[in-house]
Design a protein around this ligand. Structure first.
Ligand code: DND
Ligand code: ATP
Length: 612
């Protein structure tokens, strides 16, 4: 039996102290557990999200410099540490093996991730299979490339993240021919709901079966650089059998998971019981909570400010902040939680509502078009989670702006002639004052944009899109509505009761006009179905129609499809200006991550005509 392990770490781009400290803590913990071989995540020394800094000479040089602090901690253990390596002005993505205090070599990634949220080909070049090079004097003549290693009688090699997601060029095939006993996979694999099972299957179960070996996968952890969240999964398998999976999305900066392996008699290897929870609503709550917690502590902001309407989107943001407090404090303890966010532990005195009160300030900003129902929904939700709550009206300011524009235009504005302008001025008037609240609190202003409204630009720019972080912009409206019902029941958020009984409405037109989102747009379920075909599966308008036509009236469906593509195209500029958001689902519409589209285009003119 030999004990092998993975260790996940919560890193920060080029925060050398944080990153080296976490790596050293992981090694120390592994050595305490008598681990002999330890796999750390991809690019864990620099962080995965250094972006164009990977193109500099200095980042890789500094990474190599900081790597030198690690071997002294590797007495009696073999460790792999991810870092960029620059060879002749080209950057490669490497995993450095340190064994018993000595650097043995650096394996370089052979397949770069370039789909979805990944843009590795901008920064790195893929290393050719079977090639090996000497890194030269600056790197102490260490060998690099397509290497295999042997320690403790175990032969091993690497697949680095994307390497394992390729059907054809998986390095595992060649490693298998070289007779390795163990493949390690340092990864930076982003969170998306329901993805973790795929990771277990494709990477570890299939990999260890195909290559007849033991397989250790280790992912990065947390919201490293602002947008992507890493699950921090450690997965160990042997010849197609899953042996160990840790609890993902931990609030601890370092997690180690070890397993005793019998390499010769796999039947003797005993699996470790897993406490991971893969239920979709639950993993979403955990992922966003972790992302908010990391964002707060890494940005050093003092809390969050939120314009709370009593509607679904802002209520979801409020509840997720409360979940962040409950989940983080439960896992790391009040002492560390308060210390990490600059709270006074004595004042909080173990109460999650008191902590929410310090970290979340909400304001209901009514107009004459707002209803008592939404005010009460907002008030009762804020009260139930302990958030600081204010309610004021903005009619005075809206009237003042409108009067000035009426004077300039030389006419009265009316709902018949100026519908959108009169809606937008209300949403915009809420913005300066909520920003002011964020300024005095030195807090991050949350914007409540969701993905469905992002698709069609159903939001006022610099109004309800104001804010510096959009935690739920990756989620569709139908998901949000069902999640809130789930949370009322399963997370005991009884304060959501009133929210869950409301129909989505902007409340920007006079109440007697009964404005609803779905009447303005189309049913959210239809919008989401069109979105999946058009955006996720990249279908043309006609192909979208073909895919959906059996379930809808033809004329109605064509009208919905046209509306979707027209609004989608006209509002790219708006998506470019949405606040940074978390990547949470298998698609998002943030142009900096998953979805790129031109700001100016034909708006599918010819393709929409083809529908007729
Ligand atoms: N291609 C382009 N590149 C750059 N800018 C472009 C542009 N096209 C328009 N614009 C600019 O955009 C402006 C229009 O955009 P914007 O002012 O945001 O407003 P707009 O998109 O015209 O209208 C906002 C929509 O969102 C809805 N809304 C608003 C607020 C809250 C909610 C809710 O659900 O709670 C819903 C509202 O009912 C309305 O349908 C134009 O005046 C023009 O200046
Ligand atoms: N009366 C209000 N008080 C405070 N903020 C408001 C008010 N009305 C709208 N807002 C802000 O504008 C945002 C956009 O409104 P929107 O209607 O899209 O979302 P919602 O009200 O949270 O949810 P829903 O669409 O389900 O009603 C809200 O999330 C909120 O931040």
């Amino acid at each position: 039996m030999i004990r092998i392990a993975g260790a996940t770490v919560n890193q920060i781009p080029f925060d050398w102290k944080n990153n080296v400290d976490n790596i050293v803590s992981a090694i120390r913990e592994a050595r305490n557990q008598n681990v002999k071989i330890l796999c750390l995540p991809e690019l864990c020394l620099t962080g995965y999200g250094c972006e164009d800094l990977f193109l500099s000479d200095w980042l890789s040089e500094k990474a190599w410099h900081h790597l030198q602090a690690i071997p002294e901690h590797c007495d009696g253990i073999t460790v792999s540490v991810g870092l960029p390596v620059r060879i002749d002005g080209i950057t490669y993505n490497g995993a450095c093996v340190i064994s018993n205090k000595k650097i043995l070599g650096v394996t370089l990634k052979q397949n770069l991730a370039k789909d979805g949220v990944h843009y590795e080909t901008r920064w790195f070049e893929a290393w050719p299979a079977t090639q090996v090079t000497d890194l030269g004097t600056a790197y102490q003549h260490v060998q690099a490339g397509d290497l295999t290693y042997e320690v403790e009688g175990i032969r091993f090699g690497f697949e680095i993240c994307e390497d394992a997601w390729r059907q054809t060029n998986r390095p595992g095939y060649r490693l298998c021919e070289r007779g390795v006993d163990l493949i390690m996979n340092p990864s930076a694999s982003h969170f998306a709901m329901s993805k973790s099972e795929l990771r277990e299957k494709v990477v570890v179960i299939d990999g260890s079966a195909k290559f007849n070996c033991v397989y250790v996968f280790t992912n990065l952890l947390g919201n490293e650089a602002g947008r992507m969240i890493y699950d921090g999964d450690i997965i160990i398998g042997q010849r197609g059998r899953l042996l160990a999976v840790n609890r993902r999305l931990s609030f601890k900066k370092v997690n180690v998971l070890a397993c005793d392996i019998d390499f010769r008699e796999p039947g003797n290897t005993r699996p470790v019981k897993s406490l991971d929870n893969k239920e979709k609503n639950e993993e979403l709550a955990q992922a966003v909570s972790l992302a908010l917690y990391d964002y707060l502590r890494k940005s050093k902001a003092k809390g969050f400010v939120l314009s709370l309407s009593g509607g679904a989107d802002s209520s979801l943001c409020a509840v997720l902040v409360a979940e962040m407090v409950k989940r983080a404090s439960a896992e790391i303890g009040w002492k560390d939680f308060c210390a990490s966010l600059g709270l006074d532990e004595k004042e909080i005195n173990g109460s999650w509502q008191r902590a929410v009160n310090k970290l979340l300030t909400c304001a209901y900003q009514g107009t004459r078009n707002s209803s008592e129902t939404t005010l009460e929904a907002a008030r009762s939700l804020a009260g139930s989670i302990g958030a600081e709550f204010h309610a004021w009206t903005i009619d005075e300011e809206v009237t003042s702006y409108t009067a000035k524009i009426e004077k300039a235009a030389g006419r009265k504005l009316s709902w018949e002639t100026d519908d959108i302008a009169l809606q937008n001025i209300q949403a915009r008037t809420r913005s300066p004052i909520i920003w002011m609240l964020a300024n005095i609190k030195r807090a991050v202003l949350l914007t409540t944009s969701n993905r469905s409204e992002g698709d069609v630009g159903y939001a006022t720019m610099d109004g309800d899109t104001s804010g510096s972080l959009a935690p739920i912009a990756g989620l569709s409206k139908t998901f949000i509505l069902q999640w809130l019902r789930w949370a009322e029941k399963n997370l005991a958020h009884t304060g959501l009761h009133a929210v869950n009984n409301l129909q989505p409405t902007a409340e920007l037109r006079p109440l007697e006009r009964n404005q609803t989102d779905e009447a303005d747009l189309m049913p959210y379920a239809v919008l989401e179905e069109i979105e999946r075909h058009a955006i996720l599966n990249r279908k043309s308008p006609l192909q979208v129609y073909e895919a959906m036509k059996d379930h809808y009236d033809a004329g109605q469906l064509k009208a919905y499809i046209k509306k979707f593509f027209r609004l989608w195209s006209a509002n790219q500029w708006k998506r470019e200006r949405l606040a940074p958001s978390f990547h949470l689902d298998d698609l998002n519409v943030d142009p900096r991550t998953w979805c790129r589209f031109p700001i100016l285009s034909s708006a599918f003119a010819e393709e929409l005509e083809a529908l007729e």
